[in-house]
Design a binder for this molecule. Structure first.
Ligand code: MG
Length: 276
């Protein structure tokens, strides 16, 4: 096969660079336990309230959980110190994340090899910008190997103080690569514009690596399915208890894939690019 003319790799991150579902299967129950103890309510009741909140927020990564649960009346029967409870929940979250969140094998080496081959790596994620940045930093990814991050603009309630709001909206979260805030999630009809390319260029010069067929593999470029990111059913089951019930996704929105390549391990991306 001739050497592909790819000059840009778009990377999904959750379940492509790291094990988001396995991590979520630990952190949400850990936060639920703390909230159950503080409220005196059963874990089932707290789980239902958490799911309601994430449904309204349209993401499981919204940061105002305790405030919302209070508004839902979860703590009506107890005297709760909100700021102490937020810290307790954050502590449980961080401890659980440290234990469970892992980069997949080979990811750092593959990113380095792509960088040395002078191919750009760009992250395109549906995670809110603050959480994407937090996970990139927490996992110690070499940020010199990533040229840009596209992530969802953080949604903020009205009462966030102005200086805090500036950090979310305008700041770069302490990342080296430029953070570009997106209004909507994947797939992106305008990915070529985000990357500064023409639709024709996209077909030969861009590859998208991701685990989601419906979200990552339907851009107008070469698609590389990250088979290594498939979550375990028991982890999915745990996470689904907290996840909002969505209308069925529009899967296979574009009926034919331009090019779909299956990769069973991250090193397969290098093989496709003919990088040693
Ligand atoms: Mg993913």
């Amino acid at each position: 096969m001739n050497k592909p003319q790819v000059d840009t790799i778009c990377w999904d991150i959750d379940n492509t660079m790291w094990n988001w579902v396995a991590y979520a299967a630990e952190v949400y129950p850990a936060m639920c336990n703390v909230l159950s103890q503080a409220s005196g309510q059963t874990r089932e009741r707290v789980t239902d309230c958490m799911r309601k909140y994430y449904g309204r927020a349209e993401t499981m990564e919204s940061s105002w959980l305790v405030q919302d649960l209070e508004a839902q009346g979860l703590f009506r029967e107890v005297d709760v110190d909100q700021s102490k409870l937020i810290k307790d929940v954050q502590r449980a979250f961080h401890a659980s994340r440290t234990k469970s969140l892992r980069l997949y094998d080979q990811i750092p080496e593959v990113l380095e090899a792509i960088y040395r081959a002078e191919i750009s790596s760009v992250i395109v994620t549906d995670a809110p910008a603050c959480h994407a940045a937090s996970r990139i930093k927490h996992l110690g990814l070499n940020q010199d190997h990533i040229q840009k991050v596209f992530a969802i603009k953080d949604s903020l309630p009205d009462e966030v103080p102005e200086n805090h709001r500036d950090m979310f909206d305008g700041g770069n979260y302490g990342l080296k690569p430029h953070m570009h805030h997106l209004e909507t999630g994947k797939p992106h009809d305008n990915l070529h514009e985000l990357l500064g390319k023409t639709p024709e260029d996209m077909r030969t010069s861009v590859a998208f690596v991701g685990d989601s067929i419906s979200k990552d593999m339907t851009h107008n470029c070469i698609s590389i399915h990250a088979g290594w990111g498939r979550p375990l059913p028991e982890h999915l089951e745990k996470v689904s208890k907290f996840a909002p019930h969505h209308a069925p996704a529009t899967i296979y929105r574009r009926q034919s894939f331009l090019t779909l390549i299956h990769a069973s391990e991250p090193r397969d991306v290098l093989k496709f690019l003919n990088i040693e």
